[in-house]
Design a protein around this ligand. Structure first.
Ligand SMILES: Nc1ncnc2c1ncn2[C@@H]1O[C@H](COP(=O)(O)OP(=O)(O)OP(=O)(O)O)[C@@H](O)[C@H]1O
Ligand SMILES: [Zn+2]
Length: 779
């Protein structure tokens, strides 16, 4: 669905129902000539005859704005045009709770999208396709399976388990109450509050009595720092009102995950559900294993985009029906419906992948903070290198910062060594690794330790070139080079996906001598295989992990398993290997060419590079017994750079202070608030023209002087890769001193841009699409 983003046009529409439907009920409604899924957003007033379903947020609401009937809280007003009836209602499904609807409404408003668009986009696609009968069958099947499981669990509880079964029963009962639908006009609210463990059937209320026992299964004794953090968290959970978001600022390997596990155990013991967000799908299996091992008696489900549609629906229902106690997922899981949510964890909160980059461009991290406040549950943001926004909030006291500076087992952080590449004689083909680094790698091989080589560029070489003429392997459809992949002898564009066999000779002059320029992970792997050997002459076992080498289910997990089992001596990879992994035998991490991150036009590039390198360094020396020898090597042509100087001292606070000072003087976030207007067209002039016209519209808006006070609208510029798949992309930055100002302007301005787009239909004016990105991550 190519739903245009549209603000202000996409509030709920009114429909008729033959009986009162509780808010949060999934329905199918007519929209224009089509039938679309929708959600009852506001139940009609029970006193008005009960024939109005209230506002419905249809999936495509607003794409037919002429249909929009303003929401009339007291039922249809006499002057309103005839309402169309709801086609079907999925009454077997407990309605989506008030908190969930408020989260979605907030996200739609804040990120300037249609309500129905966001609401339906964040539900499992399969759910939208089910009809009442299919859903009924599915729920009946689940109920049967659940009965069997409850029997098993009650037996287990009798044998000494905790209050999980009780809380589950309460949730089941609540779901059942919600599912009766028409008889309970306030069913939605009833379901959410009944599902909260406040009733006698539930586990002890927060703060009642001493801390509940934590299941002891394979849990280490917490360190003093972990202990202190957990005590503070306990106090927060027991206090009245919404707790502040907590930044868990802990070194790599300080045991943050162990804190999540224990905080989760305490929430579970209170009968609550726990949501844990991780930045990348490929980090979910290992974390899932850790949680599953710890919480054997609890239901744990994953929610991410790599699930099959059927799995995603099943897991979503587990969460929504209150049957899953723990939900572990990537950014989309922030919208999971959790009737008894008690704790939100955002691991590696600084990670850019929490920002959705298409459609509704939301930040799952920011929404987690909002959701925590809304539902009055603790939010734990964990990082060794927090985002500067979060760090600033911790400085000003908006978030509570809890520190864990010490690595488990008092292991020191790896020593950081800068290799000054300007001092190393250039050889033909480029120096792969500095001699000192090569020697350090051989030391590890001799001791039977592992090394990680990190290069954030996949493929064999980023470009091929002809030795005779000016030909280079450009992409015909993008302003980018096509990357040479040697293994399957292709030239591939990483932007549009175009893949072709490598030509035998230069397509322009016929010269057979075309050569790779630069180095990607494939080439690094190949070169290392010839360079590295054990003391007895055996070649080193080199493996590679990047998006190319790990296609296919299970490949990545198998390869990671080989590293954990010691079957690999040197692991080469992209940022996929830098994050999260708890490798025990790695004592050397090297960044082969990190400088590329220093000179980006994006003001967040240094922040991202610093975090990535700190995180990569954190993969070394995680086993205290070997940590004394752990090293992080950086090959750089910029040895004096302040970023590296801070990295050598492991000094995130100094780096953050310097960056924040720069941002303050440049008026950049977190000291200002940004939105990007993007336009795409076949022709760059049309995209630029649209944005210029949009900028010209702003001062003509009603109340423009007040709206534009303290707001800067910059001239449109091409994006970093300006053309992708023959589409030109231009963006325009809008900067405001406060969030509220930015929101006010966008809410008034964007609706006018829909009209503008329709007007600009002339030759050379047409754009393909436009969108707004609030709090953009990449500039
Ligand atoms: N209290 C403890 N006693 C002993 N071992 C512990 C303790 N806490 C954590 N560990 C172990 O220390 C290692 C590092 O812990 P963990 O993975 O939780 O760190 P982290 O802070 O999440 O790391 P990173 O941010 O680098 O991913 C793990 O192997 C974990 O099992
Ligand atoms: Zn391309």
């Amino acid at each position: 669905m190519d739903a245009p983003q549209h603000s202000g046009l996409a509030g709920p529409l009114d429909y008729l129902a033959d009986r009162p439907l509780p808010a949060g009920t999934l329905v199918r409604v007519p929209l224009g000539a089509r039938e679309v899924p929708g959600i009852v957003w506001e139940a009609a007033d029970a006193g008005d005859g009960g024939d109005d379903a209230g506002g419905v947020a249809p999936a495509d609401g607003g794409s037919a704005p002429g249909q929009a009937v303003p929401q009339a809280p007291g039922g249809p007003s006499p002057s309103a045009p005839a309402l169309r009836p709801v086609v079907a209602a999925l009454e077997a499904l407990p309605p989506l709770g008030a908190a969930w609807r408020q989260l979605v409404a907030f996200a739609a408003g804040y990120y300037q999208r249609g309500l129905g668009e966001v609401a339906l986009a964040v539900l499992p696609p399969e759910l939208r396709r089910l009809d009442e009968a299919a859903l009924g069958r599915r729920l009946a099947r689940r109920a049967k399976a659940a009965d069997r499981a409850t029997g098993r669990r009650q037996a287990a509880a009798a044998a000494g388990g905790g209050g999980a079964a009780d809380a589950r029963d309460a949730a089941d009962a609540a779901s059942a109450a919600g599912a009766t639908g028409p008889a309970h006009a306030t069913g939605a609210a009833g379901a959410t509050s009944a599902a909260n463990p406040a009733g006698p059937a539930a586990a002890p209320a927060p703060g009642a009595g001493p801390a509940p026992p934590v299941p002891a299964c394979n849990a280490p004794e917490p360190s003093p720092e972990q202990q202190a953090v957990l005590e503070r968290l306990r106090a927060l959970a027991a206090a009245d009102g919404a707790p502040p978001a907590v930044l868990l600022y802990g070194s790599t390997g300080s045991g943050k995950t162990e804190v999540y596990l224990r905080a989760a155990a305490e929430a579970l013991a209170r009968g609550r559900q726990v949501l844990v967000l991780v930045p990348e799908i490929n980090l979910t299996p290992q974390l899932e294993a850790r949680f599953a091992a710890r919480f054997a008696g609890h239901r744990l489900v994953a929610l991410h985009s790599a699930l099959t549609p059927a799995q995603r629906l099943r897991h979503w229902l587990d969460a929504h029906l209150g049957e899953a106690d723990l939900v572990l997922g990537t950014r989309l899981a922030i919208f999971a419906s959790l009737p008894r949510l008690g704790l939100l964890v955002v691991d590696e909160e600084h990670d850019p992948s929490y920002k959705q980059q298409e459609g509704a461009r939301y930040s799952a991290r920011d929404l987690a903070v909002y959701r925590g406040r809304l539902e009055r549950v603790p939010v734990l943001l964990g990082s060794a290198t927090p985002s500067l926004e979060t760090w600033q909030h911790a400085q000003t006291g908006r978030y509570l910062r809890l520190d864990m500076p010490t690595r488990i087992g008092r292991a020191p952080l790896p020593a950081v060594r800068l290799v000054d590449m300007t001092q190393i004689a250039r050889r033909a083909g480029g120096t792969v690794l500095a001699p000192a680094l090569l020697a350090a790698l051989h030391e590890r091989l001799a001791r039977g330790e592992q090394s990680l080589l990190f290069l954030n560029r996949r493929g064999y070489a980023p470009v091929l070139q002809c030795g005779d003429c000016a030909w280079r392997s450009g992409c015909p459809h993008c302003s980018a080079w096509r990357v040479f992949h040697k293994l399957d002898r292709t030239l591939r564009c990483h932007h549009c996906g175009l893949s072709e066999r490598v030509p035998r000779a230069c397509p322009d002059c016929g010269n057979p001598d075309i050569t790779p320029v630069g180095r990607g992970t494939e080439r690094l792997e190949e070169q290392l295989a010839g360079l590295l050997h054990h003391p007895d002459g055996r070649p080193a076992r080199v493996a590679r992990i990047d998006a190319d080498s790990t296609r296919g289910t299970g490949v990545l997990q198998a390869r990671l398993g080989a590293v954990h089992d010691g079957e690999v001596d040197v692991l080469v990879g992209t940022q996929m290997i830098a994050k999260g992994h708890d490798f025990r035998r790695v004592t050397l991490v090297a960044a082969v060419n990190p400088d590329t991150g220093l000179f980006s036009s994006d003001f967040r590039a240094p922040e991202r590079l610093f975090a990535l390198l700190m995180q990569a360094a954190g993969r070394a020396g995680r086993d205290a017994a070997r940590a004394g020898r752990a090293e992080m090597w950086l090959q750089t042509w910029q040895p004096q750079h302040a970023l590296y100087a801070a990295l050598v001292r492991h000094d995130y606070p100094a780096f953050a202070a310097a960056q924040l000072a720069e941002r303050r003087s440049a008026g950049l976030p977190p000291f200002s608030h940004l939105a990007l207007l993007r336009a795409e067209a076949r022709d760059a002039a049309a995209a630029t023209g649209f944005l210029d016209a949009a900028a010209a519209l702003a001062p003509t808006l009603p109340d423009a002087p007040a709206l534009l006070d303290g707001v800067l609208i910059y001239p449109p510029v091409p994006t970093a890769v300006a053309r992708v798949a023959d589409v030109e992309r231009v963006q325009m930055l809008v900067e405001a001193g406060s969030r509220a100002r930015l929101q006010r302007l966008l809410a008034a301005w964007l609706p006018a841009l829909h009209a503008l787009r329709r007007e600009r239909a002339g030759p050379g004016q047409r754009i393909l699409r436009w969108a707004v990105d609030v709090d953009p991550m990449e500039i």
